[in-house]
Design a binder for this molecule. Structure first.
Ligand code: FES
Length: 119
């Protein structure tokens, strides 16, 4: 099983192929935001990669990061558009606590949505 390390939290084994946003919620058990429900529309699920950043990017992720002017920062990615298929180390700072939001957002589906077009 791939290992997911979140800075300041710990290292966790994650089922292979699980969406990163769901692994942060279920295995790491942090209050990761995912306001749009994992549909690559809000960017609140973003994490910063320290290592293991996937080379594949969905078209939806590339589009929304670029539109928000976030794509320029190396390592900043949307956890809803990534699956855990290798070891990763991330910083997860987009959290419910202190956000002023009433909840983390609707639970994302098990598979990447919208259906991924890899770039
Ligand atoms: S962009 Fe909204 S949850 Fe990922």
């Amino acid at each position: 099983m791939p290992k997911l390390t979140v800075e300041g939290v710990g290292t966790f084994e994650v089922p292979a192929g699980k969406r990163l946003v769901l692994a942060l919620t279920d295995e790491v058990k942090i209050d990761q935001l995912h306001s749009c429900g994992g549909n690559a529309k809000c960017t609140t699920c973003r994490v910063k990669f320290i290592s293991g950043e996937p080379e594949k990017v969905t078209h939806a992720e590339r589009t929304v990061l670029s539109a928000r002017g976030l794509g320029v920062e190396h390592g900043l990615r949307l956890s809803c558009q990534i699956v855990c298929d290798h070891d990763m180390r991330v910083i997860a700072e987009s959290r419910l606590a202190g956000s002023g939001k009433k909840d983390a957002g609707p639970r994302p589906e098990d598979a990447i949505t919208p259906p991924p077009v890899w770039t």
